[in-house]
Design a protein around this ligand. Structure first.
Ligand code: PRP
Ligand code: MN
Ligand code: MG
Length: 182
């Protein structure tokens, strides 16, 4: 396997910056949900690092579940029609749900997910995302917790992939243009 560093143009958000922001987000989530039994719902696969690092910073005992979704059909993911590849194990009736995501890009995935999970009788459904691209949003999504707003550029690392690679970079980075051309 080749060295990922060779493919990087720039580090956008360092490991330390992510870590410090997650500390703040976790403290806020704890404060906002005192006395509640929270269910964190991670969206596979991008959210695995955020879920692991955010959840272990919480002081409250939480429960954790996972969903895998994909945009309908095979082409681009801007239809807004989403297919469930792996559904939750948990029954959401009366639950306080916090969806955990790595990034909100067009917002279509989360907008659909918010509607889907809300329709299952949850007491509340909120969103925590590490990254958001405000200028790429195609739908309004009400997000309770945002780590960083970033420019509309293709980012990888900390769960985010290009062609299923680079998820395991410990920071958020930009790839060299030639990586996409190969
Ligand atoms: C990425 C990302 C978000 C979604 C955001 O997931 O992890 O889940 O796209 O895009 P949107 O706001 O435009 O809907 P992807 O579908 O690539 O799957 P992955 O998490 O397995 O990489
Ligand atoms: Mn994802
Ligand atoms: Mg992806």
């Amino acid at each position: 396997a080749h060295d990922m560093q060779d493919d990087l143009a720039q580090v956008l958000i360092t490991e330390e910056e992510i870590s410090r922001r997650l500390d703040e987000m976790a403290a806020q989530i704890d404060a906002d949900h005192e006395g509640q039994q929270l269910l964190l719902v991670g969206v596979l696969k991008g959210a695995v690092y955020v879920m692991a690092d955010l959840s272990r910073r919480l002081r409250s005992s939480i429960q954790m579940d996972w969903m895998a979704v994909s945009s309908y059909g095979s082409g681009t993911k801007s239809s807004g029609v989403v297919r469930i590849l792996k559904d939750l194990d948990a029954d959401l009736t009366g639950r306080h749900v916090l969806i955990v995501e790595d990034i909100i890009d067009s917002g279509l995935t989360l907008s659909w997910l918010l509607g889907n999970l809300s329709s299952r009788g949850a007491a509340s459904v909120e969103i925590a995302t590490l990254l958001r691209k405000p200028e790429a949003l195609k739908v309004e999504v009400d997000v309770a917790y945002v780590g960083f707003d970033i420019p509309t550029e293709f980012v990888v690392g900390y769960g985010l992939d290009y062609a299923e690679q680079y998820r395991n970079l410990p920071f958020i980075g930009l790839l060299k243009p030639e990586v996409y051309e190969n």
